[in-house]
Every structure is written in C-alpha cells, then in structure tokens.
Write a protein that binds this ligand. Structure first.
Ligand code: CA
Length: 326
C-alpha cells in the first residue's frame, strides 16, 4: 500500500510536535529567505540611445560604453540624421552602424533598433513621424512618472522631439538628455553642431515640461579627449566590439589622421552612469531664437539641469575599466 504524502502544513505540525528545535530553525530559515527575496533590488535606468552614429567616432564609443553598462536597461538604439556636409542618407548610415554595433555585442536580437527620421522638423509644431519616434512613445508609456524612460540624445533631436509632438502625454514619463549648445560661467551660448542639424527640435524640447539634462558643447563635453594610442592600448584585444572601435578610428578617412579627438557623446553617457563624475547646476532654460541667437533667462520657470563640469580622468579610467582593463 502506498501512503499519500501528508500536505506541507500537516508535515510542519508533525515536525513541531516531535522536533520543536528543528522546526524553529526551519521556520527561521524560510522567513529569512522570503525576506531576502522581498528586498527591493536597485532599479536599472531604462534608456534609449538616439545617435547620429555614422557622423563622428565618439557616438560609437558612447554606444559601446552604454551597451556594457549593467546600470542601464537599454530599451532601444535609434538612428538620427545629420545634414552637415550635405550627406543625403545620413540616417541610413547611422542605422547600419547601429545594427553593426548590436551585432558585435550579440544584442541585435534583444535590443530594438528602429530607424529615425531622414529629415529635421520643418517647424516647432510639425513632427517627423518615424519608427524611432513611435518606439520612444511606446517605451515611455511602459513606464510612469516614477519610472521614467531616459532618452540620451547624441545627434540631432528630431526623433525625441517628434515623439513629444506626436504624443504630448509622454512628457511626464521621459527624461531627455542632449549635447550641444554652450554653457559657460552660468551663461548659455550658441549651438555648434547638433543644434544646427535640427534647431526646431531644440526649441520644442526647451519649450516643453520634459525633465531635461544638458551637456554643453564645446564647453564641458569637449574636455573629454581620447588619444588613438590610448584607445589601442586599452581596447584592442578586449573583444569584437572593442576591436571594432579601435579599427574604426584607425581606418576612418578623417579620424585616421588624427591622434586625439573629443569624445562629446561619451561625456553624456558617463555623466549618467557615474553621477559623482559630473557637477550639475539647475538654471532657467534659455530662449533659443536661432542656433547662434540665444537669450539668457536665468529666472525662467522652465528649469533644466546643466552638467557644468566633468572629472575627465575619472571618466577615462571608468571607460577603460568597463572595457575590461586590468
Ligand atoms: Ca553624435
């Protein structure tokens, strides 16, 4: 005859009756394990990187750093345009390079990589619809005002600004962080690159209520410089992704001839990853009339956070370590 197993509760009663000490230890153990499981784990930052990747070498270095960061939950890598030097298919070039980087990192199947707009905003009211803008909206609504999606903007801000114009209800569910537009000694200055590629997108973001972080260029982000020889020393042989970065710089028709370059976009990624390496100041958003016509408005109730200084050597050391430096 096969006896049926007594139910758990019944077995525990039997244990308490015959071995009260053992039972007490078992109950304490179960309680401790349950309590540990209930401890809140540090939340990862939900991030979308929006980049004009094929434009300069710094985007690739910034994206690679983000892809290996355990602090980030990358929910998308979207492609952005640039118009400098009249490149007609810039967003396609960025898209192809994004896909290459995801391939090398073994993440192409797991990280969404929708393409962005080929054209900048025609004005501050008209979005450029794209798969990238729709993806930003979708991931924003997957969160909440207490679990915001961070969109780190490394090129023209067309896609995030379009997302906001297409669906203004994402405003309190996203954080935008963007590079370009100078800021020195408490004063805003003109844009030097990303602003030129879509100034209407800049105006849309500053006029919105979206929580906003600004990395000035050329001040601040331009301080982060890498040398080609350091890159080879620290990254070569660390895996396919890092080897690709080394070769990309060395074989690049323009950067291949340059020994040192500014890693603008890396500064923004690092400022988010390592808050202790970037000083912040909160100030009024400027009134941006044009790329080179910026009106100061320190008492503007529209408050924004500016990264006013970075620890360059700290950021470089962190970067090499993330790539597996020993
Ligand atoms: Ca860029």
């Amino acid at each position: 005859m096969i006896l049926a197993k007594p139910p758990d509760r019944q077995r525990l009663c039997l244990l308490i009756r015959w071995c009260p000490r053992t039972a007490l230890a078992a109950i304490s153990f179960i309680f401790a394990v349950t309590s540990m499981a209930a401890q809140p784990q540090p939340a990862k930052m939900r991030v979308i990187i929006d980049a004009d990747t094929a434009n300069e070498v710094d985007d690739l270095f910034a994206i690679a750093r983000a892809l290996v960061a355990p602090e980030f939950q990358i929910e998308g890598l979207t492609s952005a345009l640039w118009r400098h030097r009249g490149t007609p298919n810039s967003v396609e070039l960025s898209q192809a390079l994004n896909e290459k980087l995801l391939d090398l990192a073994g993440l192409r199947e797991t990280i969404a990589h929708p393409q962005g707009s080929a054209e900048p905003l025609p004005d501050i009211r008209t979005p450029q619809d794209s798969a990238a803008a729709r993806h930003i909206i979708q991931r924003a609504h997957a969160g909440s005002p207490t679990d915001k999606l961070r969109v780190l903007i490394l090129g023209a801000a067309t896609n995030p600004a379009s997302a906001l114009l297409l669906d203004p209800t994402i405003a309190d569910k996203v954080v935008f962080a963007f590079i370009d537009g100078d800021f020195r000694d408490g004063k805003w200055g003109p844009g030097i690159y990303n602003w030129k590629n879509d100034i209407a997108a800049v105006q849309v973001i500053f006029a919105s209520s979206v929580e906003y972080y600004h990395m000035p260029a050329p001040a601040v982000s331009g301080d982060l410089v890498m040398s080609r020889s350091d890159v080879r020393q620290h990254l070569a042989g660390r895996g396919e992704l890092w080897d690709f970065l080394v070769e990309y710089w060395e074989k690049h028709p323009r950067y291949g001839k340059i020994e040192r370059t500014r890693m603008w976009d890396v500064a923004l990624i690092q400022a988010f990853l390592r808050p202790e390496l970037a000083q912040r100041t909160i100030t009024g958003a400027p009134l941006v009339h044009a790329v080179d016509r910026v009106e100061q408005f320190p008492d503007n109730p529209r408050r924004v956070t500016v990264f006013s200084k970075i620890d360059v050597s700290g950021m470089l050391a962190d970067y090499w370590q993330a790539a597996g430096d020993r």
